[in-house]
Design a protein around this ligand. Structure first.
Ligand SMILES: [Zn+2]
Length: 323
């Protein structure tokens, strides 16, 4: 087995362990978003969810912070430890590290800031850092903000913690045990270095070339015409208006199979049928094809269901397989 990219070591083992974040953001995304918006589902699924070891609440009165795990509130004077956290840490730690268990809650220097340790120690493979942030696309309390941070856990194995800024006063902010309160995302260090971040271009729309325009539905047809390709294009249209773009659905009746707007109804009647796809919205339609070429989300779906398909990266692969 190859070494993992991320290792989560649980010092405090109550509660839910870290888990791969799901594409539906814990079931909170609208069904249509899950089916059609690859951008939202990919971002939701990027990383791991971190849960608190037990449910707790924080409250700020504008000056001091109080915490509770039940009905009783305690003032956070300096720091609060996990119950039994010190014992568990010391029994595993080598002698030079004993006594250095991070506190569960640490009051920040700035009023209303609280540092929360997740009860987890984390390390990453060389070259990999972790971006710690609030869960992507998951609704949450407006009573606090989560600071985002990138930690270089390949250089130092350390506690996975986060800083919260309590905003609401005299209102409890609750962190339920079954609800992720953080999302941890793996990022190669090179991605946030100057070489990448200084490499951005800001230009006028006139600078967009053919390749830039190719992604827009309204330009598929001129491109096909230029290449001399005669095919029927079935696509939704965009209606650009000053107040935003509207999607005009090619077919706005629901599919009788899956009950949603779906590509299945647009399939040609002739057989055999070859289906080439890569997304969530290809699933229902691909199921009726005689031969399926899939990558990304569609390949994952076929893998999950043990269905036969052929993997492809580019249309050259498909053309080679079909010739
Ligand atoms: Zn369908």
């Amino acid at each position: 087995m190859t070494a993992p990219i991320v290792s989560f070591y649980r010092v405090i083992e109550s509660g839910l362990p870290p888990a791969r974040a799901g594409r539906s953001a814990g079931g909170t995304l609208p069904v249509r978003g899950v089916r059609y918006c690859e951008a939202v589902t990919s971002a939701s699924a990027f990383g791991w969810h971190i849960f608190p070891p037990f449910g707790f609440s924080l409250m700020w009165d504008g000056e001091t912070v109080a915490w509770a795990t039940g009905d009783e509130w305690y003032r956070l004077d300096e720091a609060a430890q996990y119950p039994n956290g010190l014992d568990r840490f010391d029994s595993a730690a080598p002698s030079e590290c004993k006594g250095f268990c991070p506190p569960w809650l640490l009051r920040g220097v700035t009023p209303g800031i609280v540092q929360v340790w997740t009860g987890i120690i984390v390390s990453t493979a060389p070259g990999w850092s972790l971006l710690i942030r609030a869960p992507a696309n998951l609704g949450r309390s407006w009573g606090f903000e989560t600071f985002e941070g990138i930690i270089e856990t390949d250089r130092w194995t350390g506690p996975l913690f986060v800083n919260l800024r309590l905003i609401a006063t005299d209102t409890p902010c609750s962190f339920p045990a079954r609800y992720p309160f953080l999302q941890v995302q793996p990022v190669p260090r090179s991605v946030y270095g100057d070489e990448v971040l200084n490499s951005a271009e800001i230009a006028s729309i006139a600078a967009m070339d053919e390749n830039d325009w190719r992604g827009f539905h309204e330009t598929i047809e001129p491109l096909l015409a230029r290449e001399g390709v005669a095919v029927d294009v079935v696509a939704n249209r965009l209606d650009p208006r000053p107040d935003g773009w509207r999607v005009l659905w090619a077919d706005d009746a629901p599919c009788p199979e899956c009950g949603d707007l779906c590509k299945r109804r647009a399939l040609p009647i002739g057989r055999p049928l070859v289906y080439v796809g890569d997304g969530w919205s290809d699933q229902c339609a691909a199921l009726v094809a005689d031969r399926v070429f899939a990558r990304r989300a569609l390949a994952e779906y076929f893998d999950e269901h043990g269905l036969p398909y052929e993997r492809f990266e580019t249309f050259d692969d498909v053309a080679a397989a079909l010739s």
